[in-house]
Design a protein around this ligand. Structure first.
Ligand code: NDP
Length: 267
């Protein structure tokens, strides 16, 4: 009896070791629009750590992008960086086609690239409005349309919106809030369009996250923290965790949703 118990416990241990090594995105191919820094870089790392081959774009951070791709490859993953300004329709479409060609398909698109135009409506230049719309909204349409031509049934599209779509508690963020609110509707409509192919489309809405865009020691940080249930900024890897869940097999029934991950900013 003792021998059998020992054997069962050995099998148990081998099985749990095997399960902990199972990567739930093994064999999947992902494209992250805007992946060189901040939340996007954390998403690239996490998807690659779960086994996905990841292509990602950036606008100008060549060194950071190449260093990230090297880091993923050194850890045994597959990644490559491609310069493609999200405001440039042709560049975005080409970047997606490059990923499809290089890795042999597409399963997951993450639209993360974003800019933060800041200033009162009384003074904000029209160029800032147009640029925010081009990067925060139009590029999501363009990349999703191109992805829809290549992505297989059961694929995933994940947009990175913001809690500011629902709540903008300080002055100066009207255009940013509008651009992120646009993603709520775009996500719902795309979920309907692509539902028949079992492609899910979701919108992750972070609260304040410590990145170059919104540093935890920046001038408005204390004011933002005071508005939250948890008195701290989020970390980029926490956002990446939700993105990985939405990209994975357990999230097949979640679609058209805008999901807050915000330390209670909107509670
Ligand atoms: P960062 O400014 O730290 O990083 C932005 C990333 O997007 C970089 O990789 C950047 O590339 C890329 N990017 C920006 N513009 C373009 C472009 N025109 N073409 C291609 N890539 C581009 O931002 P965060 O990581 O903080 O933000 C990521 C997303 O999360 C954004 O959509 C943002 O609105 C959203 N968000 C952020 C929050 C926060 O508190 N940080 C809160 C809620 C939402 P490059 O390095 O080349 O410039």
């Amino acid at each position: 009896m003792e021998g059998i118990a020992r054997l069962v416990s050995m099998i148990d241990e081998i099985w749990s070791r095997h399960m902990s090594k199972t990567k739930f995105l093994q064999g999947k191919i992902a494209f992250v629009q805007g992946g060189s820094r901040g939340i996007g870089a954390a998403i690239v790392r996490r998807l690659a750590a779960e086994g996905a081959a990841v292509g990602f774009s950036y606008a100008s951070s060549v060194e950071k992008a190449e260093a990230l791709a090297d880091e993923v490859r050194a850890a045994g993953g597959r990644a490559y960086a491609i310069r493609a300004d999200s405001a440039d329709e042709a560049a975005v479409r080409q970047a997606l086609r490059d990923v499809v060609e290089r890795f042999g398909g597409l399963d997951i698109l993450v639209n993360n690239a974003g800019v933060l135009p800041w200033g009162s409506i009384e003074a904000l230049p029209l160029e800032a409005f147009d640029r925010a719309m081009a990067i925060n909204v139009r590029s999501v349409f363009v990349a999703s349309q191109e992805a829809a031509r290549h992505i297989g049934d059961g694929g995933r599209i994940i947009n990175i919106g913001s809690v500011n779509a629902d709540r903008i508690p300080v002055a100066g963020g009207a255009v940013y809030a509008m651009s992120k609110a646009a993603l709520v509707g775009l996500t719902k409509g795309m979920a309907r369009d692509l539902g028949p192919r079992h492609i899910t489309v979701n919108n992750v809405q972070p609260g304040p996250v410590d990145t170059d865009m919104n540093p935890a020691d920046g001038e408005s940080a204390a004011r933002l923290r005071a508005l939250m249930a948890l008195d701290r900024y989020g970390r980029a890897d926490e956002i990446a965790g939700l993105v990985a869940y939405l990209a994975g097999p357990e999230a097949g029934y979640v679609t058209g949703a805008s999901l807050n991950i915000d330390g209670g900013f909107s509670a």
